[in-house]
Design a binder for this molecule. Structure first.
Ligand SMILES: Nc1ncnc2c1ncn2[C@@H]1O[C@H](COP(=O)(O)OP(=O)(O)OP(=O)(O)O)[C@@H](O)[C@H]1O
Ligand SMILES: [Mg+2]
Length: 540
């Protein structure tokens, strides 16, 4: 599934129509040229001989580091016009007339944004776009294409261009696209910087995990932290939904403001409204004084609506209205109060299924699901289990001042277990093994009972599978040819020992013979004490 991109530029819609064209050398709609168009023949000068630099452009926001823009077009007048307009907006501009020249320039100088003509000699713009995507994946690309070849723009977008302009284009179109692209570049730069700043050897910020699943969480998290869009955090119980929500808040611009988590499942239905929206004095029996609701109490901070799937239907409608209007009406009040909190929601329920069953409002679902962030369960990111276990162990060591290490068997079981309760269950298991341990080495027997049960069940299942395979092998032999009983017995004994990785005691048990008999048989087969005929180790 493609990663959700929270900030798709509106100009991608392809609806842009050239009204005030900047003609390129190839397309010159002279008759349609409006007063403020930049001429391809009068380079750098508007029709009334106004220098381009004197035209007032939309300027890039102040206070942000300047972006480097490279204009690549073999049409020199257009190249120059675009460069001058971009410089007027506040870009540091560079220009190139060919693929080769562009690559040279990019080698010498960091380029944040590329304005690229698709129809270039010597391989064309698509080839350059491909190279840029590989060599400089963080560079933004806007492609320019002739009106007649819009399909090539579509192909360019598929190859990774961020936006496109159809030639001839108007000055406002160019500046609008450049402005939007620069916003995206700045945004990407900031989110990358955040990720780098929070990056640790075993995760990001307070979050532990280096699995691809968690890396995806970090990428989305670092993007949404700067915005104020709602984010729907999905994940099984104990996967870290609240921790992720806190991390979004604490890395965003309003980190100093409050973070309030509301558990929608634990609120008494009749009180949910007053909890979230507040109430005035006398609104209902027991309302002895006015109370501010959590949504306004957060005061520009973040409200996490946890277990949102449990919110009753009537409250869903009220919440939707509050989110849309950005105001709430406290219970019993006549006037609404504005709310400025960012809303995050979390659930371990399948909200899409709930929408389909009519249990959750579709419109609220869409409102909350502007971006969704799914935290994978632990069993889908097993590489994080040991990291997390060691992390929780370190925490306990710090708290207790005692030092512990996992024994090999304990760690093996921890790694193999399925963790239906996810990180929370793992955290509790580590706490329990430390509490139960009498020494510094933590043994499997001190892990919680569900892990012991899991081990016992798995061992039973392994044994059953081993016995089944051994008997299937015998059956196959019996089917294919007539074999002597002695030969069948030999195969049964050796096959079972092999299936059990050399556990002779268990093999004897499974075969229903004594250990001494088994050893005698092995001796009869002329096998050494440690090696089977098949070459598998069968030592005690
Ligand atoms: N990636 C992680 N790194 C470190 N600690 C984690 C991580 N994920 C979860 N935890 C810890 O596991 C515990 C459970 O996390 P959290 O409460 O955020 O889960 P949740 O998904 O909200 O659970 P629930 O569905 O039960 O509400 C917390 O103590 C949290 O600090
Ligand atoms: Mg939670």
């Amino acid at each position: 599934m493609p990663e959700p991109d929270p900030f798709v530029p509106s100009s991608k819609s392809g609806q842009r129509q050239p009204q005030n064209p900047i003609p390129g050398g190839r397309a010159q709609p002279d008759a349609a040229r409006p007063a403020h168009a930049v001429s391809g023949t009068l380079v750098g000068v508007a029709p009334e001989n106004i220098p381009i630099t004197a035209i007032s452009f939309r300027r890039l926001p102040e206070g942000l580091p300047p972006l480097h823009l490279l204009v690549v077009d073999d049409d020199a007048p257009l190249r120059k016009a675009c460069s001058e307009i971009a410089a007027g907006m506040g870009f540091q501009t560079l220009a190139a007339g060919s693929v080769q020249e562009a690559l040279e320039k990019m080698k010498q100088q960091r380029v944040d944004l590329l304005l690229l003509d698709l129809k270039l000699p010597g391989g064309g713009g698509l080839k350059l776009l491909n190279e840029v995507r590989t060599l400089y994946p963080s560079t933004g690309v806007v492609v320019m294409t002739a009106f007649a070849t819009v399909s090539s723009a579509v192909e360019a977008m598929r190859t990774g261009a961020n936006d496109y302009l159809t030639k001839p284009f108007a000055l406002e179109e160019l500046t609008a696209v450049l402005e939007e692209s620069s916003r995206r570049v700045h945004f990407d730069l900031e989110s990358r910087r955040l990720r780098e700043r929070l990056r640790t050897a075993r995760g990001m910020g307070d979050l532990i995990g280096t699995s691809p699943g968690m890396e995806k969480v970090y990428r989305i998290l670092s993007k949404v932290a700067f915005s104020s869009h709602p984010v729907l955090i999905l994940g099984e119980s104990g996967t870290g939904k609240e921790l992720v929500a806190r991390s979004i808040h604490s890395n965003g611009p309003n980190a100093a403001k409050p973070f309030i988590a509301v558990d929608c499942s634990s609120l008494v239905p009749t009180l949910i409204e007053s909890e979230l929206f507040g109430h005035v004095k006398g609104a209902f029996t027991g309302a002895n004084r006015s109370k501010e609701g959590l949504l306004s109490e957060a005061n520009g901070g973040t409200v996490l609506l946890d277990e949102i799937g449990e919110l009753p239907m009537d409250m869903q409608a009220k919440l939707l209205r509050a989110l849309q209007e950005k105001e709430v009406r406290p219970v019993g009040a006549t006037r609404a109060v504005p709310i400025s909190a960012r809303v995050l929601a979390a659930t371990n329920r399948d909200l899409t299924a709930m929408v389909a069953q009519g249990l959750f409002r579709k419109d609220l679902y869409f409102r909350l699901n502007v971006v969704n962030l799914r935290i994978p369960p632990l069993r889908e990111r097993r590489e994080d289990i040991a990291l997390l276990a060691e992390f929780f162990l370190e925490q306990i060591q710090r708290q207790t001042g005692r030092s512990y290490t996992f024994s090999e068997d304990a760690m093996r079981l921890i790694m193999e277990y399925d963790w239906p309760g996810n990180v929370r269950e793992l955290e509790n298991a580590v706490e329990r093994i430390c509490a139960m341990s009498s020494g510094p080495v933590l043994h499997m027997v001190d892990l919680p009972t569900q892990l012991q049960d899991f081990r016992a069940h798995r061992r039973e299942a392994d044994l059953a599978a081993a016995a089944y395979e051994a008997s299937a092998e015998l059956q196959a032999d019996a089917d294919s040819s007539i074999v002597s009983i002695a030969e069948m017995e030999r195969k049964a004994i050796l096959g079972t020992i092999r299936q059990l990785s050399g556990d002779k005691l268990m093999a004897a048990k499974l075969l229903g013979i004594g250990k001494t008999t088994l050893y005698r048989k092995l001796k009869e087969y002329g096998l050494s004490e440690t090696e089977s005929e098949e070459g598998g180790a069968i030592e005690d």
